[in-house]
Design a protein around this ligand. Structure first.
Ligand code: SF4
Length: 332
């Protein structure tokens, strides 16, 4: 910490935010790159604490999480601000805004628990933008949810420092992390970020008891080359494990990529083929009309069938294949 004298004559304490690799060094009153954290009197304060700007009931399949309580409803919270600036962001209206600019609900952790009761939900999802920029709120909510016997799921880009991640992991039950590309340069040009912290987040979650799923939004001309997809699949298989479910999602024109075409279905199907060639056992295509089927990795029996976010059938017995007894990755 240092105490510079400002132009206005005030003495202020500069502090660094330790949440993400940007390490914003903020003067008194200044707001970080994410627009969601401010230096108030020498303390970094999350501006969206208790103030989610998006509150909705979603199928858990929408996160997407296919191997965690299929068919469950997730009470989903999103807070304004984000530490990435993705050119393709589909929630830019809230992610690229400050909590001070956007209407929000008044939902401190205690009120969240009451809302779970009223909506008869057991799962809370921290989603839509980057939950870590509201770290203290997410952590406190997650503790309160756990105390009721409920479940916490995180949907994140994974651009976070190891400390906050380690503090949150014990409160998490499942997570879907975006791994946008294996190219560090690609992270830089598409999101203004770096790749390696995301890889470390994924490795840490894979070592933990949290059920982990990984999403790849396949964007034409960005990450859809055979080599890119093969590198991505090799990382998941080698560093996270072949059972970790992967979702290749179809891109639609958005935000600063409004002039780019949607992902051809053939590209998504090719990505899934490459993933299976790398030994990945739970491979899905998202934002498509196709059925998404979970197969037993040992005997090939159809176990869970879905269309869109709807579960059509679930033939698991105590989390195992009903035909051969193989344990299936996830929590069911
Ligand atoms: S969370 Fe926000 S304020 Fe903190 S380092 Fe990251 S971008 Fe900066």
């Amino acid at each position: 910490m240092e105490s510079p004298r400002h132009d206005n004559g005030c003495v202020g304490i500069r502090v660094s935010c330790g949440i993400c690799p940007r390490k914003c060094h903020l003067a008194e009153g200044a707001v970080g790159d994410c627009q969601a954290r401010r230096n108030v009197g020498g303390r970094i304060v999350p501006l969206a604490y208790g103030r989610p700007c998006a509150v909705a009931l979603d199928p858990i399949e929408k996160k997407p999480l296919f191997h965690f309580l299929p068919g469950a409803t997730a009470l989903s919270l999103g807070m304004a601000g984000c530490n990435l600036h993705c050119r393709n962001c589909q929630n830019a209206d809230i992610s690229q805004a400050s909590p001070t600019e956007i209407p929000a609900e008044n939902l401190p952790p205690g009120a969240l628990v009451s809302l779970m009761d009223r909506t008869e939900t057991r799962v809370v999802a921290y989603t839509y933008t980057e939950p870590f920029v509201a770290f203290e709120y997410v952590r406190d909510c997650a503790r309160a949810v756990r105390a009721t016997g409920g479940f916490n799921v995180l949907v994140s880009a994974g651009y976070v420092n190891p400390g906050p991640l380690a503090e949150l992991i014990p409160h998490l039950d499942a997570a879907n992390i975006d791994l946008k590309t294996m190219s560090d340069e690609g992270y830089h040009t598409m999101c203004g970020a770096r790749r390696d912290p995301v890889l470390e987040t994924l490795r840490a979650l894979a070592r933990s008891p949290v059920i982990l799923e990984v999403t790849n939004l396949v964007i034409p001309g960005f990450n859809d080359a055979e080599r890119d997809l093969a590198d991505w699949c090799a990382f998941v298989a080698d560093d996270l494990g072949v059972d970790v479910p992967v979702h290749f999602s179809r891109f639609f024109p958005r935000h600063r990529l409004a002039d780019r075409p949607p992902t051809p279905l053939a590209t998504l199907r090719r990505a899934a083929e490459i993933a299976r060639d790398h030994g990945l056992r739970n491979v899905y295509c998202g934002n498509v009309d196709d059925e998404a089927v979970t197969l037993c990795p040992v005997c090939g029996t159809d176990l869970i069938r879905r269309v869109g976010f709807t579960v059509l059938s679930n033939a698991l017995v105590n989390g195992r294949c009903h035909a051969c007894g193989q344990k299936i990755y996830g929590r069911f």
